[in-house]
Every structure is written in C-alpha cells, then in structure tokens.
Design a protein around this ligand. Structure first.
Ligand code: NAD
Ligand code: UDP
Length: 309
C-alpha cells in the first residue's frame, strides 16, 4: 500500500484528492493547518484506518514516512491569500522547501500545485507552458503569484541539484462541490448569491475571461501527472480550455438556478487578469488527459451541493 502525503488535504481540491487516493487503495496522510480547510470536508474519512490526519503548518519542518507528496497547502482564493500576504508567501516558499527536504529524505516524488497565476496578466493567449508570464512583483496578487513562481524554481533546483523526483502542475480555475461557499471566488459567490436571491457581484464590466475546470477532471489529471512513468516533470497546464467571460458565467448560473437575482457591477480589483485559457496540448499528448465535464453538468452538480450548505 502506497503511503501518500497530501498537504492542504482539508481544502477544496485536497479533500477530493484524498478521497480518490483512498478509493484507489492508498494510505493517505492529510496534513493541514485549517487556515481555509474545513473539518467537515474530511470528518467522514477519519474512521478509515487508511486515513491519517496531521494538524501541522507546512512552514515548519516535519518528518513523515511517505512515497509521494502532493503539495496543495496554500490559500487559493484572492480574499484568502491577501488576508495575510506575508504568510501566503511563507506557505509557498518555506512550505515547498520543507516538502522538498522531506522528499529528499524519503526518496519520495513531490508534486507541486502551481497555478495559472504564474502567467500573471498574460500577453500570450492561450497560455502554453513555455510562456514565462507577465507578473507584477509588487501588486496585491504578488504574494500568491510570486510565491508560486519561487516554488517552481525551488522544485526545479532540487531536481537538478539533488535529483529529487518532481512534478509541477499549473492549475487553472477549478470549481465543484465542497468549495467553501464563503471563499469569495466567482463561482461560489455567483451560486450563493443566485440561490439567496441577492445581487450577483460582477467586478469590472465582466468582460474578463476565465476557463473553468470541474474538480473531478482536475483530480484525474493530478493523479495521472504524479504517476506518469515517462520521467515527465512538467510544468504542465491542467484546466478546461473552454473560455468564457465572467458575465457569461453569471448568466449561466442564473439560468441553471432559475434565480431572479440582478447583476451588480463593482470596481475591478487591481491586477485582475484580463483573460485566461490553458493550452492543454502537452497534457493531452503526454498524460492522455483532457477534461470531460462541461460547464452545464459541472455547475448543475455544484449548485446541488451549495443548496445543501
Ligand atoms: P483551499 O484554500 O480550499 O485549500 C488549501 C488548503 O491548504 C486548506 O485546507 C488550508 O487550510 C491549507 N493550508 C493553507 N496554508 C497552510 C499551511 N501553511 N500549512 C498547512 N496547510 C495549509 O484551496 P484549493 O482551491 O483547494 O487549492 C489547493 C491548491 O491548488 C493550492 O495550492 C492552490 O494554490 C492551487 N490552485 C487552486 C486553484 C483553484 O482554482 N482552486 C487554481 C490554481 C491553483
Ligand atoms: N469576480 C467577480 N465577482 C465575484 C468574484 C470574482 O466578478 O464575486 C471576478 C474576479 O474579479 C475575476 C474572476 O471573477 O476576474 C475570477 O475570480 P476568482 O476570484 O474566482 O479567481 P481568479 O481571479 O483567481 O482567477
């Protein structure tokens, strides 16, 4: 039985990943400091003898026996990562340093959950892995973007310098059940507001684009990347290339919920990327991965979940 460490395992993507790995027959060690993660996401897993929960902050060193490390720990929604920006940077940089040291000691493979944010406000569209990005180093999103970029650097340097086995994935906007309804992201905000009959908040004129990937598709890609035997270390984009404007997303949510909510336009936060769409050629070719769930099916399942919370 493989011993697998998932940092950030109580978070949105992390809890889906823990479940999938347990179902595949692995022993899962979930490590989280519960900054944005929720106990109720993993409570039902605690009685499972193959599931261990360690409450730990990854900015501190730790010793755990494991063969694989999925490093997901880091707040991901802008209000959460901007809440304590210094801590966000520490989580990305000190956190991955500690995980790389752990991988070095254990001879483990470490996968870093990087992000489309490494492309910043992209000047190349769609974004390919070879694009170096257009990131403001001193803006309100920089703690997250630059932290993730530094983590990619540490990953590749540990690989070159010490031969640590690494995988880097760049995740694009992901949504689905078990998102925190209060995390401030566009999908959760729109659905919660639509269900409550409140105004839907659109930042700017809503013409900015994102490409939304359903969480089950993403988890398939994450596991395929970790277990690829081609020596492919990445970085690889994982996301759904179906691009839409924020306005279009809000209208889709209104249609699927049957809500009569109105749209309310608010100022656009600074450095908000104008467009974002992954080029997933590499993931298709090397991992034989592409998303299967379209926006209507994914949003319908997500709306059903939000009705229960
Ligand atoms: P999330 O905020 O729901 O989960 C993050 C988890 O990490 C939480 O459980 C939180 O408590 C934990 N955590 C935060 N700081 C920690 C620390 N110092 N020590 C231990 N645990 C800590 O976010 P998510 O959406 O599940 O994202 C998971 C990962 O994927 C993150 O690394 C994020 O940057 C990356 N990512 C997510 C998206 C997305 O659309 N959701 C997009 C790109 C990248
Ligand atoms: N956004 C919005 N209304 C909201 C929350 C977000 O219009 O209530 C916009 C936000 O400005 C951004 C897009 O939706 O342009 C995606 O925001 P999110 O925070 O989900 O992710 P990110 O900006 O990190 O891609």
């Amino acid at each position: 039985m493989k011993r697998i460490l998932v940092t950030g395992g109580a978070g949105f993507i992390g809890n889906h990943l823990c479940r999938r790995l347990l179902n595949e027959g692995s022993h899962v060690i979930c490590m989280d400091n519960f900054f944005t993660g929720l106990k109720r996401h993993i409570e039902d897993l605690i009685p499972n003898p193959n599931f261990e929960l360690i409450e730990h902050d990854i900015t501190e060193p730790v010793e755990v026996e494991c063969e694989q490390i999925y490093n997901l720990a880091c707040p991901a929604s802008p209000p959460h990562y901007q809440y304590d920006s210094v801590k966000t940077m520490k989580t990305s940089v000190l956190g991955i340093l500690n995980m790389l040291e752990l991988a070095k000691q254990n001879g483990a493979t470490v996968l870093q959950a990087s992000t489309s944010e490494v492309y910043g406000n992209p000047l190349v569209h769609p974004q390919k892995e070879t694009y170096w990005g257009n990131v403001n180093p001193i803006g309100i999103r920089s703690c997250y973007d630059e932290g993730k970029r530094a983590a990619e650097t540490l990953m590749t340097d540990y690989h070159r310098q010490y031969g640590v086995d690494i995988r880097i994935i760049r995740i694009f906007n992901t949504y689905g059940p078990n998102m925190d309804p209060k995390d401030g992201r566009v999908v959760s905000n729109c659905i919660m507001q639509a269900l409550a009959g409140e105004d839907i908040t659109i930042y700017g004129d809503g013409s900015q684009t994102r490409s939304f990937c359903y969480v089950d598709d993403l988890v398939d890609g994450i596991i395929k990347m970790m277990n690829n035997t081609k020596g492919f270390t990445g970085p690889v984009n994982l996301g759904n290339p179906s691009e839409r404007t924020v306005l279009d997303l809000a209208q889709k949510v209104l249609e699927l919920t049957g809500s009569k909510s109105k749209l309310s336009f608010l100022p656009l936060p600074s450095d908000d990327p104008v467009k974002r769409k992954p080029d997933i050629t590499l993931a298709k070719e090397i991992l034989n991965w592409e998303p299967k769930v379209d926006i209507t099916e994914g949003l319908t399942k997500t709306i059903e979940y939000f009705k229960t919370v």
